[in-house]
Ligand binder design. Sequence first.
Ligand SMILES: [Zn+2]
Length: 471
Amino acid sequence: MADILKFVDEKAQDLIQIADAVWNYSEIGFGEVKSAQVQADYLEKQGFTVTREAGGIPTAFAAEWGEGRPYIGFLGEYDALAGVSQEVSAERKPREEGGPGHGCGHNLLGTASLGAAVAVKQALEERGLSGTVRYYGCPAEELLAGKVYMAREGLFSDLDISITWHPGSINTVRLSSGTAMNSAKFQFFGKTAHAAGDPHNGRSALDAVELMSVGANYLREHVIKDASIHYVITSGGGQPNVVPAFAEVWYFVRAPRRDQVDEIYERLVNVAKGAALMTGTTFEIDFLTGCYNVLLNEVLADVMWDCLQKVGPPAFDEKDLEFGRKLAETFDKSMVENLRNSPDFQEFPELKEQVIHTSLLPPRGKGRSGGGSTDVGDVSWIVPTVQMSAATVPIGCPGHSWQNCASSGSSIGHKGMLVGAKTMALCALELIENPELVKKAWGEFKEKTKDSPYKCPFPQGKEFPLDRFFG
Ligand SMILES: [Zn+2]
């Protein structure tokens, strides 16, 4: 065990440099050209065979080393978020006003997975073990798209196990499932006219968008409680005295399970049909992506929990704690209060005393869905998957925020990242050395998926709409 942890330590400076480079680039989904390149180049130098533009997606890549089974895949991400640009400072100081930033810690996410892949390679080499290690550079997680498209191209189909993590505020193994979702733009086409001169000749596409919203808002009452529907109007016309011939609205539909999303989404499409009929317009759907809820594997979660206990929590020093304390002063007080009353804090009161998490919590979140979605979900329905989290931000740090960006670029982020890399590497090695665990994980996976095998939500043959998320 000790040697694989040492391999990560030997590469620690390289990993910190890569994480900082990705943090500096701050590239948003499908624009992660430099972020993917810095990682792919490094893995090539470490002896991995790199496939760039994997699946025909410009900023996706796969890097592989080794021979024979098992095939162990580490999932990495490197996309930033719009609007949360921030320096490593506890005061709000954007590096670029309104610019993107790593407010979800994906600069650490991909780099830790890469570090784990490199350490496992070294362990396999030294011990002469059979096994293939692969790092997946997955773009556009924040758009819930990268891994879905990669899944459609079959890039995960031959894996025995997939391992990943997410930077966060707690050191634990994650068992919560998130939600399945669909993301689609509804485009309405009408007829323009002078809004005062000849409105009777106009057919307003904006009216259709508004009536679709009315229908969708009535629909909310008659869907399961755990479902949610969100939308933004991305185009609503130019000026009031011109009847808009074009309008567009972008919807997310979320629910705990994939089949529930399919059902609600179909009803939403009927709402759009009704809106078009009422307004004498036509519409088209630009289906951007859809993803699964996360199916976490409990056999693997137990293995990872053992590994996390061997690695231990990040060792934050007084400087980290001081920075964490200052950042925490900027957090929303009611959010922190809610957190203090949450089940985790009731069960583990020591959390109330900590600024950054410096202990470990046993696997969390079993049976919990709700909240956001992730395209890790799709991989988890193809191959048994396990996911941990390590503290890279102070407790109570809001998600997708400038505070998260600041911490992800600091030594707090670096230390959490190294715990992630070590735990994932150790977990992979355990599985390679104990093939019966892999078999057991597959037994659980087959049982859970037997009635609903993975079917990629993004249609076969359809071109990937890489430039239409913000277009
Ligand atoms: Zn994230």
